[in-house]
Design a protein around this ligand. Sequence first.
Ligand code: IMP
Length: 196
Amino acid sequence: MALRGSTGAPPHVPDLAADVGDILIAASDIRAKVSELGARLTEDYAGRQLTLVSVLKGALPFMADLMRAISIPVQIDLMEVSSYGGTSTETSGLVRILKDLSSPIDGRDVVIVEDIIDTGLTLNYLLRYLRGKNPATLRVCALLDKPARRLVEIPIDYRGFTIPDQFVVGYGLDYGEFYRNLPFIGVLRPEVYGRS
Ligand code: IMP
């Protein structure tokens, strides 16, 4: 018997090659940008210690590459949040912390490492939450900025790429938890949204 989702429809089996339309950012361009951001962070935080706080799961590849592009002492911490109340391609701004910081950040120079800022609601919540933990400084490094749908203004101190209002996957970004392992960032074909 075939496995079925809660709607009764057969679950969508992702086809990594067919489901992604245009490649928006090639792997080589991501590599170059990550090196550039790492060099800027190295320079800006010279003589200090940096704490990178990344947000699982989407920022995982970015965090892994970015930390290796930084040549000053760095500590890392990981949080996991989920937004709820939205749809499969939209966030709601209601954020639940699934995994909190492992160590205190008071008095630390902290940079939040994010995969993408869309409405800004998730990061707005996180900024307020982390400010409450009294870091010495708190900045934002985001690989992708999708400004078209921004609902709250977010100070992005380190920005990788500004992208158009399209749903993208790859390099950590998912749809239905798949496509994260693509080495590039591509546009998910809109037909795929309706299937799972
Ligand atoms: P925001 O709260 O609307 O800024 O959304 C932030 C989160 O939504 C990101 O960390 C992603 O997990 C997810 N997200 C927003 N846009 C995209 C996209 O185009 N592809 C995949 N995930 C996205």
